[in-house]
Write a protein that binds this ligand. Structure first.
Ligand code: AMP
Length: 398
């Protein structure tokens, strides 16, 4: 799409969206559409398929959610509210965390129109999800494996009337774990539908999927492969491994009042860290996504849609090599996170004690509670999935 169109469009109304959705964006404080929304939505509203090369944080969820909701509302007005079509759209995501975030955005945008959305992801009770399916949601957001599970085993659940399919982070949906499930899903949904495919990279497999699933798609490119948004401040700090927790607590305390995401290397480290932080009265929830992403995906979880954010990499003596690779990948040297070590180490005693207590607690519950991803973690996520309104705000981004 050329510059000409971008210059003309600076409001959601200009994108051709209906008033309810323009109001919903306004209600969320979305003042103007992001680049990818400007490029995608007018085509999608016209009924075109989309293929988008978009980085996380670019506003891509809005880019596919808004046209789907627009179409849903059109059906409402044509058919009357009571016959609002159930199972109207399916969004496939490679991880449950992303699925939750996508569903949150659908729910936020659809809050004024009684939108029903179900999240079907692994690690959460099947029955709870069957109840959600029984409510005949308009939108299903799920991971491929769990969706196939429901399509096979949940009585009365079918996607034969589906109108929209979204393949989000398609490059990651096409890994070996999901390929079979994806095929199974594509075989039971109508061919006559709209399809939006978003991917961070355009691999051979993505191109193959595009040929198989999309009809004359409009191509949108919102970012280069390894770019990060300009509003993201990136820093690093070399630290001795033995002081890592201490530095982290120092930074989180410095940033208190902000929402932070801490990435660790293993599920166990995630659980331990959340216990340590809770011990120090820092509210924390462990989420184990079994993800193997690189740096770009992780830092892209902040500074989304024009807002600012900070990503700090704590690098110990054993991780130096990886850090240098990251600098190569993003093509720049990052500034150092400024902190006086003496000041950081004032926290050492309390952090060490919190760690000792947390390790003891983990040891105590380890035998019975330890499952893939951690039962307690799943409970936390499950509780979150079951709760709407007030509590879900905790998860919203800054
Ligand atoms: P994503 O869709 O993953 O790229 O994330 C975009 C983030 O920015 C989400 O937290 C959205 O709530 C937010 N967002 C999306 N579109 C806009 C917009 N036009 N203006 C401001 N924030 C937005």
């Amino acid at each position: 799409m050329g510059e000409e169109v971008k210059e003309e469009i600076n409001s959601f109304k200009d994108l051709g969206l209906c008033d309810e959705l323009v109001e919903a964006c306004d209600g969320l404080g979305w003042k103007a559409p992001t680049k990818i929304q400007v490029e995608a939505i007018p085509h999608a509203v016209e009924g075109k398929d989309l293929i988008g090369l978009a980085q996380t944080g670019s506003g891509k969820t809005g880019a596919f959610a808004l046209p789907i909701l627009h179409a849903l509302l059109e059906c409402h007005s044509k058919q009357g509210y009571k016959s609002a079509p159930a199972f109207f759209a399916l969004v496939l995501s490679p991880t449950r965390e992303l699925a939750i975030q996508i569903a949150e955005q659908f729910e936020a945008l659809g809050s004024g129109i009684s939108l029903k959305c179900a999240v079907l992801v692994g690690g959460v009770d099947l029955m709870q999800q069957q109840i959600a399916i029984g409510k005949r949601p308009h939108i299903i957001v799920g991971t491929p494996g769990r969706l196939v599970d429901h399509l096979t085993n949940t009585k009365g659940f079918s996607l034969r009337m589906l109108k929209y399919l979204v393949l989000d982070e398609a490059d990651r949906l096409l890994n070996e774990d999901f390929e079979k499930a994806l095929d199974d899903i594509l075989n039971v949904i109508p061919r006559d539908r709209h399809t939006y495919l978003f991917s961070a990279t355009m691999t051979k497999k993505v191109k193959k999927l595009q040929r198989a699933c999309l009809r004359n798609p409009v191509k949108i490119e919102a970012a280069s492969k390894y770019s990060t948004v300009d509003t993201l401040k990136q820093q690093y700090r070399f630290i001795p491994a033995k002081y890592k927790d201490c530095y982290l607590v120092y930074i989180l305390t410095e940033m208190s009042g902000c929402t932070s995401m801490v990435f660790t290397r293993t599920c166990d480290a995630t659980r331990l860290l959340s216990f340590i932080l809770r011990n120090l009265n820092i509210r924390a929830i462990p989420i184990s996504g079994q993800m193997t992403q690189d740096y770009i995906h992780r830092v892209g979880r902040t500074a989304r849609a024009g807002r600012s954010g900070v990503a700090i990499s704590l690098v110990n003596q054993y991780e130096l090599e990886w850090y240098l690779q990251i600098e190569k990948l993003i093509g720049k040297k990052l500034p150092e996170y400024p902190a006086q070590e003496e000041e950081v180490l004032l926290l050492l005693e309390s952090v060490t004690e919190a760690k000792r207590l947390s390790q003891m607690k983990l040891k105590e519950i380890g035998g019975t509670k330890k499952r893939k991803g951690g039962e307690e973690d799943n409970e936390d996520i499950g509780r979150y999935l079951g709760i709407k309104g007030k509590s879900s705000k905790k998860f919203k981004k800054k």
